[in-house]
Design a binder for this molecule. Structure first.
Ligand code: ADP
Ligand code: MG
Length: 302
């Protein structure tokens, strides 16, 4: 197969591992920087160009689009879909997963376990918003934050009120969430590929920190997940329409709660913690599904 990996940096661990896994299986791999692509939105003949050439003959696209380039990256991905190229993650699913509000709304509709969460833009009544989600301690998050940046723990209602009002003042969209104290600064990352959890790890926050992100000094270890956790992770990926997803769960007193679903999960932590060849499993998923025009979103749900 001729594969395109949409990534801005071929030296990132995850990109390198995907290239390696694909090349080991005899595929031709091109790493493409989406920001340098330009598109031709001509009736019936959509195209993507790069450095003077039309990108043609691709069998599949693997998007590894950074959060800061979601909008343009999704458009380039969609353009490949319009051309009938199979994409590992479809543009609609990618866009959904990048928006925490949209993701949680879709998950809640299907009854997936979630922390009690409130959303607001300019709440006329901050106190009532806080009361609605059960009061402090609360976690306040920027809607489009990533790597733990923009996630704040407010231990009292007064602190919550000030943080909410400060974010509002910056015109940021936020969510306000029940703090799951019993998770003890840890969460479970389940790597779902093709409807199965293929690897899982527990991430534990550094001393004195509640955010378990590896970028915030968290540490990863192998974990055995329960059948309930496995089912929740698979269901979350399915609801968002992701064939590859990193589903983050909090272990709460009322069972697994989905905290977020990541459509470009990092491979380094999970491969090291689990000892699994996740990149290889992803390429095999692609081999099973990459067929011209095998895009659920094309034309209908774009
Ligand atoms: P990001 O997208 O920036 O990673 P997350 O929603 O994943 O944001 O939050 C970052 C970390 O903060 C999580 O990995 C988890 O350890 C902690 N955290 C987030 N929400 C909660 C919550 N409701 N209760 C307890 N811990 C939380
Ligand atoms: Mg996270």
């Amino acid at each position: 197969m001729k594969l395109a990996i949409l990534s801005r940096n071929r030296n990132l661990y995850s990109t390198r591992r995907l290239i390696e896994a694909a090349e080991n299986r005899g595929h031709e791999v091109h790493v493409i920087d989406v920001l340098r692509c330009y598109m031709n939105i001509m009736s019936r003949k959509p195209g993507v160009h790069l450095e003077g050439n039309a990108l043609t003959g691709f069998d599949a696209v693997i998007p590894r689009i950074g959060a800061s380039v979601t909008a343009y990256g999704t458009a380039v991905l969609r353009q490949f879909e319009m051309m009938g190229v199979y994409t590992l993650i479809e543009s609609v699913a990618l866009a959904r997963s990048r928006d925490k509000l949209r993701s949680l709304q879709l998950l809640s509709r299907k009854g997936v376990g979630l922390p009690v969460t409130g959303f607001a833009n300019k709440p006329g009544d901050t106190k009532d918003l806080i009361k609605m989600v059960g009061g402090a301690p609360l976690v306040i998050k920027l809607l489009e934050g990533t790597q733990g940046i923009g996630v704040v723990l407010a231990e009292t209602n007064t602190a919550a009120e000030s943080v909410i009002e400060a974010f509002m003042g910056l015109r940021a969209n936020i969510l306000v969430q029940e703090f799951i104290a019993e998770a003890g600064g840890s969460d479970i990352r389940c790597l779902v590929v093709g409807g199965k959890v293929v690897a899982a790890m527990k991430r534990q926050a550094a001393e004195g920190e509640f955010r378990s992100n590896l970028h915030r000094g968290g540490s990863a270890s192998l974990v055995k997940i329960s059948p309930d956790e496995r089912q929740t992770a698979v269901q979350a990926a399915k609801i968002l329409g992701l064939s590859v997803a990193g589903v983050d769960l909090l272990r709460s007193e009322r069972g697994p709660l989905v905290m977020e679903v990541n459509s470009s999960p990092g491979l380094e932590g999970i491969e090291n913690a689990s000892g699994k060849d996740v990149a290889g499993i992803i390429i095999e998923q692609l081999e099973r599904n990459a067929r011209p025009g095998n895009t659920a979103t094309r034309g209908s749900k774009g």
